[in-house]
Design a binder for this molecule. Structure first.
Ligand code: HXC
Ligand code: NAP
Length: 291
């Protein structure tokens, strides 16, 4: 039986208690930049990095969201968190964000690309702009931040890029052509960048989560409905994932424990993609029942 070590919290709040898997000071002195760090999986990633000694910067479109998150994170961990308003689709805003982080901390060691957009929609009814929007946030956003951090810091100093992708494209998930295509492109980008930037000491890896409980992503894909429960019971490990299980994979990829690992995709999904239900007409019925 796979039993999670920590008791999760569904909301965007810090864990009440944290049991360490890794050494507490594993990332002491390091600085991480996490896009989409104000909510969901990104928020927990930031918290767990900070609990391992990291100072952080978080960016998203809503300044109030990242400011509130930064306060909670600083209080719970005693580390620093800089809140920045930036839309990852906008290269100028991303460059400004990187300049602000370097001015504040003088370094960046870890970049986590967690910002993304998603919803359920079949391809026929997906507007051209809807497809483009998700590609712009996920794929182009990931390129924008990676390039800005590389040019301004990683090229000279090395560093670690970790992209949060998904398993959607592996079996062509119904109602997910936009997010699946966007994340598959990031998987490809990871390998290209690992090859080009490896000689500068930059490692580039991905984590592909399965269905993670207590997240906006899951609320959009089924929430707490019977369909979600059915989805969880079909997973080989028989449960949905926890945000902190994704965060711990990020700690591994951020640390020297993975010093010879680059260009990879780490699937953290309890085996979900192997057995997940993927019938187009039944998924479409589910979507219609939500409308
Ligand atoms: C169909 C939709 C839609 C929906 C928006 N659109 N929602 N189409 N079904 N539910 C269409 C709009 O009509 C519009 O097209 C186009 O998408 C752009 O919409 P905007 O609202 O103008 O875009 P924007 O304000 O940029 O918002 C982006 C967004 C939004 C993705 C649409 O939902 C968002 O901000 N999401 C961020 C939070 C999020 O999605 N979190 C979950 C991440 S989970 P038209 O043609 O009308 O102009 C995740 C999970 C992956 O990524 C894997 C899970 C297993
Ligand atoms: P979430 O809480 O909605 O996280 C997405 C974040 O991205 C939000 O904080 C949002 O903040 C930010 N964001 C969206 N568009 C942005 C933009 N243009 N520029 C800057 N920031 C932007 O959802 P989540 O479910 O935790 O997902 C987090 C990551 O995990 C995503 O990459 C997702 O694809 C991946 N994932 C999730 C699951 C799951 O089960 N939840 C499964 C597989 C993969 P603002 O609205 O303030 O901009």
């Amino acid at each position: 039986m796979s039993v999670p070590l920590n008791q999760e919290v569904d909301s965007d709040d810090c864990l009440k208690e944290y049991k360490y898997v890794f050494q507490r000071d594993l990332l002491r002195g390091k600085v991480a930049f996490v896009t989409g760090g104000g909510s969901g999986i990104g928020f927990r990633i930031v918290e767990i990095l900070m609990r391992h000694g990291c100072d952080t910067a978080i960016a998203s479109r809503r300044l109030d969201r990242v400011q509130t998150a930064a306060k909670k994170l600083e209080q719970a961990t005693g580390r620093k968190c800089l809140a920045i308003k930036a839309d990852v689709r906008n290269a100028a805003e991303v460059e400004q964000a990187v300049d602000d982080i370097l001015r504040r901390y003088g370094r960046i060691d870890i970049l986590v690309n967690s910002a993304a957009g998603n919803f359920l929609c079949d391809a026929e009814n997906l507007s051209y702009n809807a497809f483009k929007t998700v590609i712009e946030i996920d794929t182009i956003g990931t390129f924008n931040t990676s390039k800005a951090v590389y040019q301004k810091y990683f090229k000279k100093n090395g560093g670690n890029i970790i992209n949060i992708t998904a398993t959607l494209a592996y079996r062509g998930d119904a109602l997910q052509v936009h997010a699946g295509s966007a994340k598959a492109a990031i998987d490809a980008m990871t390998r290209h960048l690992a090859v080009e930037w490896g000689p500068d000491g930059v490692r580039v890896n991905n984590i592909a989560p399965g269905p993670i409980k207590g997240t906006e992503g899951m609320r959009r894909l089924g929430g707490k409905s019977p369909v979600a429960e059915m989805m969880y019971s079909s997973i080989p490990l028989k449960r949905g994932g926890q945000k902190c299980e994704i965060a711990e994979a990020v700690v591994y990829l951020s640390s020297d424990a993975s010093s010879y690992v680059t260009g990879t995709v780490h699937i953290v999904d309890g085996g979900s993609w192997l057995t997940a239900f993927n019938d187009f007409s039944m998924r479409k019925q589910f979507l219609q029942s939500k409308m």
